[in-house]
Design a protein around this ligand. Structure first.
Ligand code: HEM
Length: 170
């Protein structure tokens, strides 16, 4: 019967075996819970909320939504920066995470998202009259990038076992 992990010669690549053996557990955790994973919900929620607020503003024209969008975009950006600082610490401190290509794909997608979220906040601070269309377009791009970065982050945990701490309890 074929062994999925075999390279065809009956033995697995030594590099892959070594990589899988390396610790990929979280280094920045609170009572065993990875802090990055606890933080990422905030940028995800605020980025999507900003898009929702922009659509309502486009629909109603009510200036209340300009202020709501400024706050939502600000929280999206700063909570993204905070989550990224912790994510970067994981990436740099844990060899098993650092050596995985997938970790870097996630980091690049996440940094692109945070840059877009920062631009979105900046547009609202400096040019509130430019929300339609520039803010709306940035909100849509940020939401797409959030999906991309979040999907890559999920793959890290569920496909690569990154950040999973296995309890010694049965
Ligand atoms: C440079 C920035 C970032 C780096 C280096 C990074 C790195 C990581 C790492 C190493 C993990 C695995 C879990 C852990 O070890 O804690 C992870 C998971 C994850 N990251 Fe990031 N991250 C960054 C920014 C972000 C941002 C801004 C978001 C928001 C969209 C995000 C969303 C996620 C998600 C959704 C997971 C999976 C969590 C789960 O399934 O429970 N990351 N990230």
């Amino acid at each position: 019967m074929a062994n999925k992990g075999n390279s065809g010669t009956g033995t697995r690549s030594e590099v892959m075996v070594e990589l899988e053996r390396l610790d990929k557990g979280s280094a920045v955790a609170l009572v065993g819970h990875p802090i990055h994973v606890m933080m990422v919900h905030f940028p995800i929620a605020f980025v999507v909320a900003t898009l929702g607020v922009d659509v309502i503003y486009w629909w109603t024209g009510d200036p209340f939504w300009i202020r709501a969008g400024l706050w939502a975009a600000g929280f999206a950006f700063w909570s993204g920066v905070a989550a990224s600082v912790v994510g970067t610490a994981e990436l740099l401190l844990v060899r098993g995470i650092r050596l995985k290509e997938a970790s870097w794909s996630h980091a690049v997608a996440a940094m692109t998202l945070v840059a877009l979220a920062g631009a979105n906040w900046g547009v609202r601070l400096l040019y509130p009259d430019q929300i339609l269309p520039h803010g709306l377009v940035l909100s849509a791009l940020s939401s797409v990038m959030t999906g991309f970065a979040g999907w890559h982050g999920g793959k890290l945990v569920f496909d690569h076992g990154v950040g999973i701490l296995v309890s010694p309890k049965e």
